[in-house]
Design a protein around this ligand. Structure first.
Ligand code: GAL
Length: 376
């Protein structure tokens, strides 16, 4: 198991990079050749691109997705302007933000929906103005979306579930009781994570003693749910916790610590947040799932620039299709990687997702030393 995690890391990073560099190359070709054609045809070389992100409870959006997207658009297109908004978990706010972006002249929407279903209204509105929509990270369902860029999200749930099952079997607790804390019921990804996790956990011998969905992916709500589970199941009866992301894992861990659960049982997560990687190194969280956000955001930026210029994606960039209930959406799917203490160094640190300087502070210095992670 350990070595397979490590093995997965390198090809994934490479595959992501290859995907990216082929996109870069073709983008450069298109820019060089296309510049002249665009000028002759009197078509502007740039335009406005709207990036609409869903929330600020999860650290990734402001600290990774937005940063990499904006940097890449600026690098590829001096004449492009980004209209950025974050909906703070509010679907109607996102609807208004999308309206405002269209009114403001956005020529492409890169939309990560708060609510995968109700966001179809935004797509309908954009289609009326012939504005292409890229469904970013979360799939917009039952809508005429142009492209979808994400990870294999059912695989994310499978990686989480498998890691938990394997760990508990290895510890002789393969028939014990676990708690499942899933993600937001309005997020299509959360459904896929849950389905993937159940496909491994159900039938493994483990019992699911309590299971919750977590509105808004809120760590506070996850903490309350875990408190309830401890009250109803008993604090010594829980052998493991399936938490769908690092925020909910943090909430569950806080509830267990407050209830005096010791030692903490294995807890899963997702997003490789800084605090979660520190918990993994310190042995408080068993695993997380690393999704390389840089290639995801940069690929979305490249595609958005191509579309704003009226082009089509470079051959090979689209590597699959995902049915969203209305159509098979041309998709670019990246691979998630399971991360435990053993491969933080070969994945997160090797990719520069977090640096040793960021990870190895204060109480985490010793854990870093054990994992052989040191500042250069
Ligand atoms: C999902 C996303 C995850 C995580 C979660 C919580 O849709 O794929 O990476 O961020 O939302 O916001």
């Amino acid at each position: 198991m350990r070595s397979s995690f490590t093995r997965v890391g390198t090809p994934v990073a490479l595959a992501a990079l290859m995907l990216l560099s082929s996109a870069c190359k073709s983008e450069k070709k298109e820019t060089a050749a296309g510049g002249e054609t665009a000028a002759k045809a009197g078509v502007a070389a740039g335009g406005k691109i709207a990036l609409l992100l869903p929330e600020s409870k999860t650290a990734r959006y402001e600290s990774h997705d937005r940063v990499h997207f904006e940097r890449k658009v600026k690098e590829l297109c001096a004449d492009c302007e980004i209209i950025y908004s974050n909906a703070d978990q509010d679907a109607s706010k996102q609807q208004n933000q999308a309206e405002a972006a269209l009114t403001n002249g956005a020529k492409v929407l890169v939309l990560d929906p708060v609510d995968s279903a109700s966001a179809s209204a935004i797509v309908t509105r954009a289609r009326q103005s012939k504005i292409p929509v890229i469904s970013y990270d979360r799939l917009i369902v039952n809508a005429d979306v142009d492209y979808y860029i994400s990870f294999d999200n059912e695989k994310v749930g499978k990686l989480q579930g498998q890691a938990l099952v394997d760990k508990l079997k290895a510890d002789g607790k393969g028939t014990g009781t676990i708690v499942m804390i899933n993600g937001s019921p309005t997020d299509n990804n959360a459904k896929l994570f849950k389905a993937g996790a159940h496909s491994v956990i159900d039938g493994s011998g483990l019992q699911v003693g309590a299971e919750y969905d977590t509105p808004d992916w809120s760590p506070d709500k996850a903490q309350q749910q875990m408190e309830q589970a401890i009250t109803s199941l008993g604090k010594d009866k829980i052998v493991g916790v399936y938490a769908a992301n690092d925020g909910t894992a943090g909430g569950a861990i806080a509830a267990m610590k407050a209830a005096g659960v010791s030692p903490l049982p294995p807890v899963t997560g997702q997003d490789a947040e800084l605090a979660a990687i520190q918990r993994v190194l310190a042995g408080e969280q068993f695993m997380t799932v690393y999704k390389a956000i840089k290639p995801e955001a940069e690929t979305a930026a490249e595609l958005a620039v191509t579309l704003v210029r009226g082009g089509t994606p470079a051959p090979g960039l689209v590597n699959g299709k995902v049915n969203n209930g209305q159509k098979d959406v041309p998709s670019i799917l990246l691979k998630p990687v399971a991360v435990t203490k053993e491969n933080v160094k070969s994945t997160i640190v090797a990719d520069g997702f977090w640096t040793p300087e960021q990870l190895c502070v204060g109480a985490y210095k010793d854990a870093c030393a054990v994992a052989q992670i040191q500042a250069p």
